[in-house]
Ligand binder design. Structure first.
Ligand code: AMP
Length: 295
């Protein structure tokens, strides 16, 4: 069932709750692929009812980012969700989510969505002043705000997030802990193409050649883990190994090896470490990560 309105979703979920059913939420921005499907399948396996939200959230995009051109494929997404037995696809408009006046043009609506007038949920600086948060200032404020809103609208028992966006799921877990949100966060492994490329809606922007060049992210991460497994633990030495893979086709944003729960820097890697990379390939910013011991 495709619903666009908050009150419709609330009414439906309320019925489920009175029946004592377990509700799962899978937040997405749509353009669904096998990565999203793995979250949906997990939610179906663990919950009685599943809500998938499809919402390209304007407040998590910077002014020069791809909000306008982000792929929007709601018909296909809804069909896919139906075939997986999803109970509700919740696809609100920005106006429905943020209460903007529908007479305003889209740009002025978005400009007004600043924290001058909108209540934001802002994760701790320590978690956002690194990795994607460094180049995407305000991104995680937008993510936490929309996720908090979705949590309040759907009131799920469980919510499903992918390790693909590792910093995001770590920050969401921190938000849930710090704000005593009674929702269990389930973290799901990264789904990859056979080639090793992590699935992402943004892969649609890549040319065939770009797709090949993009394999470098996974290669760098696999090599770092292989070196770690061979006994190299010095973080700087592990990071150094990446440079043999990078060419002028790759614009490295960051490569970090951090603690997978606290995002603290370490001098020596251990089983709790995670290597995270962001790199622009073919004009497309891609991210990937690998844990040393598992999540
Ligand atoms: P997005 O639509 O990109 O906001 O992603 C929605 C959810 O799907 C997030 O929790 C992502 O981490 C997750 N996700 C995206 N790509 C993958 C993937 N390749 N493997 C596993 N989860 C993914």
């Amino acid at each position: 069932m495709l619903l666009n309105r908050i009150d419709e979703v609330r009414a439906e979920v309320k019925k489920w709750k009175t029946e004592g059913l377990k509700v799962g939420l899978v937040p997405t921005m749509g353009a669904l692929h096998e990565g999203h499907l793995s979250l949906i399948k997990k939610a179906k396996a663990e919950c009685d009812k599943v809500v998938v939200s499809v919402f390209v959230n304007p407040i998590q995009f910077g002014p020069s980012e791809d909000f306008d051109k982000y792929p929007r494929t709601l018909d296909a997404d809804t069909k896919l969700c139906d075939s997986e037995g999803v109970d509700i696809v919740f696809a609100p408009t920005p106006a429905e989510m943020y209460g903007t006046n529908s007479n305003e043009n889209e740009n002025s609506k978005l400009e007004r969505l600043s924290n001058d007038i909108l209540t934001y949920v802002c994760p701790p600086f320590f978690y956002v002043n690194k990795l994607c948060g460094k180049s995407r200032v305000g991104h995680f404020d937008g993510v936490c705000t929309v996720v908090m809103k979705l949590f309040n609208i759907v009131q799920p028992d469980l919510a499903f997030f992918g390790q693909k966006d590792a910093q995001q799921v770590i920050i969401i877990k921190k938000m849930v802990k710090d704000l005593n949100i009674p929702i269990q966060i389930i973290q799901c492994p990264i789904v990859r193409e056979k080639s090793g490329l992590a699935l992402s809606s943004r892969n649609k922007y890549l040319s065939e050649e770009g797709k090949k060049d993009a394999l470098v992210l996974n290669q760098i991460l696999n090599n770092i883990k292989m070196c770690y497994n061979k006994g190299i633990t010095n973080v700087e030495a592990l990071k150094e190994t990446a440079y043999t893979y990078l060419t002028n086709k790759h614009e490295l944003d960051y490569l970090e090896i951090l603690d997978k729960d606290s995002l603290e820097e370490k001098k020596e890697a251990d089983e709790n470490s995670i290597a995270l990379i962001a790199c622009k390939v073919d004009g497309v910013r891609l991210i990937d990560n690998i844990t040393f011991g598992g999540f």
